[in-house]
Design a protein around this ligand. Structure first.
Ligand code: DC
Length: 229
């Protein structure tokens, strides 16, 4: 039996899932798992190998040849390794987002990655964020949250993040990218992005980061209290 507690946070890209979930995990003493980083690492690998990422067989052939590792450094920060190389920063590039979205559309690729994600939830108390955590990866999670915001609000936030990192892009480009990924992540046949029936909806369109953080942490604290009663 699973004696650890799992919190699933799903939602579209740019809803602030990772920064919010990471902070709440720190506050609650949970391990934070960013599953998008796994798909991003595969996206980087297929780009480097130059294979057709829309071809499921070609991607599947590549997978056993890759060493994809998710590790935590001394500060408790998640790092991604591809064949021994720390690619945690590289996978944040915009072109990797699209490659990740493409490889994540393949059912067999998703299946291949399931155990890696479930193993973490068996071994630790986790706050895991992604697209299908509450629906597929951890359907028995003690708390499921669907965290979302309007495409415009998400584009605005993503733009700021990219600018801070020195990446020059326009609002329209970012919005277009967000809409494209929303469409692709929600319409794919394999584990599409959708709210689990028993997930709590948290829409942060009109909230500041601190308000969203409070709202998310409150949901988690309340659920933990309920479970210890
Ligand atoms: O959360 P993110 O933007 O880093 O995720 C990158 C891509 O990976 C995104 O387009 C959707 C996909 N993804 C997924 O299909 N399932 C997950 N659990 C996490 C991410």
């Amino acid at each position: 039996m699973n004696k650890h507690m799992a919190i699933a946070i799903d939602g579209p890209s740019g809803a602030g899932k990772s920064s919010l979930a990471r902070r709440c995990a720190e506050q609650q003493g949970f391990l934070y798992v960013d599953t998008g980083a796994i798909y991003r690492t595969l996206g980087l690998a297929v780009l480097r190998k130059g294979i057709d990422r829309r071809n499921e067989n070609a991607v599947m052939e590549l997978l056993p040849q890759l060493k994809v590792e998710l590790k935590y450094n001394e500060e408790g920060e998640q790092r991604m390794f591809l064949d021994g190389e720390d690619v945690s920063s590289l996978i944040r590039q915009p072109e990797i987002s699209l490659a990740a979205s493409d490889v994540s559309a393949h059912g067999r690729v998703r299946e291949y990655l399931l155990e890696m994600q479930r193993k973490l939830a068996r071994e630790f108390n986790v706050i895991m964020d992604g697209r299908d955590i509450g629906t597929v990866v951890l359907p028995n999670a003690e708390l499921k949250i669907f965290l979302t915001a309007s495409p415009e609000a998400r584009a605005q936030r993503r733009l700021l993040q990219l600018k801070e990192k020195g990446t020059e892009v326009s609002f329209d480009e970012v919005l277009k990218d967000i809409r494209y990924r929303d469409e692709q992540d929600s319409s794919r046949a394999a584990a599409p992005l959708r709210k689990a029936e028993d997930a709590v909806l948290l829409d942060t369109s009109d909230m500041t980061f601190d308000e969203s953080y409070q709202a998310l942490c409150d949901l988690i604290k309340r659920r933990r209290e309920e479970l210890t009663v």
